[in-house]
Design a protein around this ligand. Structure first.
Ligand SMILES: [Zn+2]
Ligand SMILES: [Zn+2]
Length: 250
């Protein structure tokens, strides 16, 4: 890695900003325009946004993006110091396995950090994110800096134990923000309600915002099931449109 530190910060900030705004705009268009017109899926929470919510979410997310930009200096320094390395020879199967490993680690890391953020000492920092009672695609990076630091630490441990392909490392934030959009879309992308499989993540994380206690995991519900912290799928059905629990038209 020969980039000077200021360029690392600049490019990383631009990368995270592009991911945030592009995926947020795409999810907004899908859930407010395309999918409702196709009669596919349903809005999960009909409550209006709080006054100034979108502006606050974007402002807080810009703070997180800047922090992630500066945070990129940590992996950069790990690579420079030789504490971590990049794979010189890559192949499609290797990249696939690395993505799968990073996905599983990302889920476990999120679950652990999220449980920590719901403990008494850290709850006040996480309260920033929970101000979005009805989540939006722009809630994805709306964190207090303490939460952004915790969640942004996700690549450190994997990099210390394995030399990843660059594409897997650069793909981690992409995978993470796509899952994040799924969770904060306030939309169930499924013909049946409640959705099953990976698409159930949008209802699960909406329930976390609506009920607060429970559903601390993201795409995988295995950690919540093991810990007994699963929220019943219909716990917030009263917040959806009257017909939306029955079929796909909404
Ligand atoms: Zn939470
Ligand atoms: Zn959330």
């Amino acid at each position: 890695m020969t980039l000077p530190p200021w360029q690392v910060v600049l490019w990383a900030t631009l990368y995270f900003a592009a991911l945030y705004f592009l995926t947020g705009a795409l999810t907004g268009w899908l859930t407010q325009s395309l999918l409702p017109r196709m009669g596919l899926g349903r809005v999960l929470d009909q409550r209006p946004l709080r006054p100034g919510q979108l502006r606050r979410e974007i402002a807080e997310s810009c703070g997180s993006i800047l922090l992630f930009g500066f945070g990129a200096l940590v992996p950069w320094w790990l690579l420079r110091s030789g504490l971590a390395g990049l794979a010189t020879q890559t192949s499609a199967p290797r990249i696939g396995i690395e993505f799968a490993a990073l996905f599983l680690w990302n889920e476990l890391h999120f679950y652990l950090c999220h449980r920590l953020l719901h403990t008494r000492p850290l709850r006040r920092f996480h309260a920033h994110h929970h101000r979005s009672l009805t989540p939006t695609p722009f809630s994805t990076y709306a964190f207090h800096p303490v939460e952004a630091l915790l969640l942004g630490s996700v690549p450190i441990l994997p990099m210390l134990v394995h030399d990843f392909s660059p594409i897997a490392l650069f793909g981690l934030p992409v995978m993470s923000i796509v899952l994040n959009n799924l969770g904060h879309a306030n939309y169930e992308f499924s013909r049946r309600a409640p959705a099953g499989g990976p698409l159930a993540a949008s209802r699960r994380h909406h329930l976390h915002h609506a009920v607060y206690h429970g559903n601390y995991g993201f795409l995988l519900d295995v950690f919540d099931r093991l810990a007994g912290t699963t929220i019943a799928a219909g716990a917030a059905d009263h917040l959806a449109a009257p017909s939306s629990g029955k079929d796909s038209r909404e």
